[in-house]
Design a protein around this ligand. Structure first.
Ligand SMILES: [Zn+2]
Length: 105
């Protein structure tokens, strides 16, 4: 099973040949590399989260604090998404309910 936090792997042994696809631009190449397993990530936050989940024993105090901050930020973002998604569902529910009341009566 693959790590869901992984943005890009360096595993080239899958036999995937992109054929006529161009090489990605240098700006698109992931530049944050895990020093323990060599996986590459597009953002520093993804690397911090990966190291906290996959290599927790290798973290020093500063990395552990960065992981906690990134984890808390991720939790806030997920909670915000859930609240907005619930609001949209409630608005759709009552919107269709009122449409039904108006047009079906
Ligand atoms: Zn790693």
């Amino acid at each position: 099973m693959t790590d869901p936090h992984t943005a890009v792997t360096t595993d080239d042994s899958r036999g995937f040949d992109p054929g006529d696809r161009d090489e990605p631009a240098a700006a698109d190449a992931p530049e944050h590399v895990c020093e323990d397993c060599g996986r590459r990530f597009y953002t520093a936050d993804l690397l911090v989260l990966h190291r906290g989940v996959t290599h927790p024993e290798a973290l020093d105090d500063a990395e552990r604090d960065a992981y906690r901050e990134a984890y808390a930020a991720e939790e806030r973002a997920i909670r915000s998404f859930r609240i907005r998604a619930l609001g949209i569902l409630v608005a759709l529910y009552f919107g269709f309910l009122f449409l039904y009341v108006v047009y079906a009566s």
